[in-house]
Design a protein around this ligand. Structure first.
Ligand code: NAD
Ligand code: LMR
Length: 327
């Protein structure tokens, strides 16, 4: 057995929190040999429901679960944390403009970044799930100057998994037959699911599906899947989002399998023409506990235009939060 790892989940009483906590406590996040200490951070109105979830966690008698602490104070919630899953966010309400949404979330992610800076463990890794995830991660990172920028990431793994599943269904392959798929850009409808380097059971995906399907069905289906789930369920994706968060952190900590890559939104180092510092989704592998952008992929004109459009949206969001004094 290794020493326990402290995992903080914000928005712990929400629907993603409910789908996430039991998987973390059962060992699916960090493996069967790593005990976990859970820290649940909520707003005051969410604390009672988080206490109920904690009672259920106790009732599972998970062998790896060492402790559960619940707080509405970020300095307590992030105390000594090694892995921080920032799920709680302010949803867009009726009549709210994008600028208002960014500002409301600034009120959450700025103090959380400051608290992470002050009290988290030196090796803290942060995954932002709460939307707008990329820009919320940027805000938190900007207020944690002592934490290396690359420890702040945002989730596009759900988009990646959605794309795998759509392509597998279309080609009749299994998801594990698919390699070299990328989500570029923002976790929003402008994202670009790219199959130009993808193989399906060793064959180029572009030989197996036609261009019209890619442009008219695959890309919009993946990019608008979040909205389609909300329309069908009356609530945004929860179990699939929790599953993607588990995939992201597990791969980050334990490494991605050899021979392929995945997608994660990480601070750009300028690769593929994405402005430095913007938190954008890239093709990535994880080695030695750090994400690395897969280099040297050829970007054709179609991909260039799509990547540029999504990155332009990220730059706009960055400029908007800069204008609000949040970064
Ligand atoms: P939810 O409304 O069910 O739960 C959110 C929880 O966060 C609530 O319990 C609320 O009390 C809590 N919260 C709000 N502000 C907080 C704060 N400052 N500190 C701590 N907790 C706080 O929402 P959900 O369905 O769990 O979704 C959470 C977020 O994840 C939303 O922003 C959603 O849009 C986003 N999301 C992202 C992806 C992705 O792929 N990146 C996918 C699905 C959902
Ligand atoms: C998703 O991709 O399912 C979510 O980001 C949708 C949302 O707006 O919460």
């Amino acid at each position: 057995m290794t020493t326990p790892v402290t995992v903080t989940v914000t928005g712990a009483a929400g629907q993603i929190g409910y789908a996430l906590l039991f998987r973390i406590a059962s060992g699916q996040l960090l493996g069967p040999d790593t005990p976990v200490r859970l820290r649940l951070l909520e707003i005051p109105q969410g604390v009672k429901a988080a206490e109920g979830t904690a009672m259920e966690l106790d009732d599972c008698a998970f062998p790896l679960l060492r402790s559960i602490d619940i707080s509405d104070d970020a300095r307590v919630g992030f105390e000594g944390t090694n892995v921080a899953l920032l799920v709680g966010a302010r949803p867009r309400s009726k009549g709210m403009e994008r600028g208002d949404l960014l500002e409301a979330n600034g009120g959450i992610f700025k103090p959380q970044g400051e608290a992470i800076n002050a009290v988290a463990a030196d090796d803290v890794r942060v995954l932002v799930v709460g939307n707008p995830a990329n820009t919320n991660a940027l805000i938190a990172s900007a207020h944690a100057p002592d934490v290396p920028d690359e420890r702040f990431t945002a989730m596009t793994r759900l988009d990646h998994n959605r794309a795998l599943s759509q392509l597998a269904a279309r080609t009749g392959a299994g998801v594990t037959d698919i390699q070299g798929l990328t989500i570029w850009g923002n976790h929003s409808a402008t994202q670009y699911p790219d199959v130009s380097h993808t193989t399906v059971a060793g064959r180029p995906a572009t030989d197996l599906v036609d261009e019209a399907w890619l442009t008219d069905e695959f890309i919009p289906t993946v990019a608008k899947r979040g909205a389609a789930i909300i329309e069908a369920r009356g609530a945004s994706s929860a179990a699939s989002a929790a599953n993607a968060a588990i995939d992201h952190v597990r791969d980050w900590v334990l490494g991605t399998p050899e021979g392929s890559w995945t997608s994660a939104a990480i601070p750009s180092d300028g690769s593929y023409g994405v402005p430095e510092g913007v938190i954008s989704s890239f093709p990535v592998v994880s080695r030695g506990g750090a994400w690395e952008v897969v280099q040297g992929l050829e970007v054709n004109d179609f991909s260039r235009a799509r990547i540029d459009a999504s990155v332009a949206e990220l730059v706009e969001e960055r400029d908007a939060v800069k204008g609000l004094g949040l970064v």
